[in-house]
Design a binder for this molecule. Sequence first.
Ligand SMILES: Cc1cc2nc3c(=O)[nH]c(=O)nc-3n(C[C@H](O)[C@H](O)[C@H](O)COP(=O)(O)O)c2cc1C
Length: 190
Amino acid sequence: MAVTRKRFFDIMASFPSGVAVVTTVAPDGKPRGLTTTAVCSVSASPPTILVCVDLSSRTLDALRLRRRFVVNFLGHGRSHLGLLFASKTDDKFAHVSWRETSSGLPLLHEDSLAWAECCTVHDLEVGDHVVLVARVEDGGVEPELEPPLMYYRRSWGVWSPVHEEQEPEPVAIAAREISARDLRWQGAEF
Ligand SMILES: Cc1cc2nc3c(=O)[nH]c(=O)nc-3n(C[C@H](O)[C@H](O)[C@H](O)COP(=O)(O)O)c2cc1C
C-alpha cells in the first residue's frame, strides 16, 4: 500500500535542499520560470542533470517546446525570489534583475550562486510530474563564495558549515574496500 500524500510530503520535506529557479522562453518570446527543489545531478560524462516539473506548472509547456532552460541556484537572502517564482504572478520577470545568456535564455545573474544552461534529452512523464533529463551545455559559478538559499521542512534556511572541535574518527572499513572515489569525499588529494 502506498503512503498517504501527507506522509510522502513530510518524508521528502525532511531532506534539505538548495533552491533553484528554472527559466526558459515561451514561443511568444516571454521569459518564464518556476521555483524548484527537485533538481539533481545525474551523470558527469556527459554532464547531465534532471529537473522534475509538476504537470500543472504554467512554465512546463515552454520548457517542453523550447527544450532549453537555465537552472539558477539561488544565493541566501533570496527567499522573496523563491516565493515570486513559486507564485502564479503573470510577469515574474518584471520584478527581478535578469539578462539573456548567449543563446537568449533568462539568467538571474545577480541572485544566483551558480547557473547551468541545459538542453533536454529525455522528457519522461511520471505520475503528476515530468522529469526533464538535460545535458548541461554551459554554466558558471559566482567566484565570491556565498551561502546558498536552502529549504527544509517548509522553511527557508541558510547553509552553516560545521566546525568540528575534534578530528572525525577514521572510517572503520578496510582500505581495499575504499575506492578512489570514496577518498575524494574525505578530502584526499589526487
Ligand atoms: C521551495 C519550493 C520548491 C518547489 N519545487 C518545485 C519543483 O521541484 N517542481 C515543481 O514543479 N514545482 C515546485 N514548486 C512549486 C512551483 O514553484 C509552483 O507550482 C509555481 O507556481 C509554478 O509556477 P508556474 O505555474 O508559473 O510554472 C516549488 C515551490 C517551492 C516554494
